[in-house]
Design a protein around this ligand. Structure first.
Ligand code: FE
Ligand code: ZN
Ligand code: FE
Length: 167
């Protein structure tokens, strides 16, 4: 579909995020299962619950826009999930893997922070106050998830990973 208006552009961004979040609901349980640290597993599991809520927010925005669903593939998230999968297949279950999973997951959260920030700005420009509020809620969750992962890495996992030797 050709993008010819700010509204089209906003819709495209929302559709991209919708595809991204749906892919993440499949990836997050795999990241949780692959984690050694109980805290990291818990972080992935609670972000999965948040992600399910984020999908509902995007559906509300799509409804408000009143356009038929126009499936988009988020190639970037597809690629970032692939990097996470590759980290799992190239490591044993260990703190070293945990450190790698956090590095992969931080990349995802930063992508989402950028995307939700742009989408919120577009909604503001379009005067879509309800959408602005919904996107703001999700943006806060993504920032908190990013910080939580970083804290787990810096307070526990990275030190454990440094001491880990695969034998
Ligand atoms: Fe998300
Ligand atoms: Zn994307
Ligand atoms: Fe996220």
């Amino acid at each position: 579909m050709k993008i010819e208006s700010m509204r089209n552009l906003f819709f495209e961004q929302i559709q991209d995020l919708y595809d991204a979040e749906k892919r993440l609901t499949k990836a997050l349980p795999e990241l949780a299962d692959a984690s050694t640290s109980a805290e990291l597993r818990g972080a992935f599991e609670s972000h999965l619950i948040e992600t399910q809520g984020q999908i509902i927010r995007l559906e509300r925005i799509i409804q408000e826009l009143g356009e038929g669903s126009n499936a988009t593939t988020c190639d970037a998230i597809k690629g970032l999930i692939k990097e996470g999968d590759s980290m799992i297949s190239r490591t044993d279950k260990s703190p070293l893997r945990d450190a790698g999973l956090i590095a992969a997951a931080n990349r995802v959260e930063h992508y989402e922070i950028a995307a939700y920030g742009s989408a919120r700005a577009f909604a503001q420009t379009l005067g879509m106050d309800r959408a602005v509020a919904l996107l703001e809620e999700t943006l806060k969750e993504e920032k908190a998830a990013d910080q939580k992962l970083t804290k787990i890495a810096e307070s526990i996992v990275n030190d454990q990973a440094r001491q880990f030797v695969c034998r």
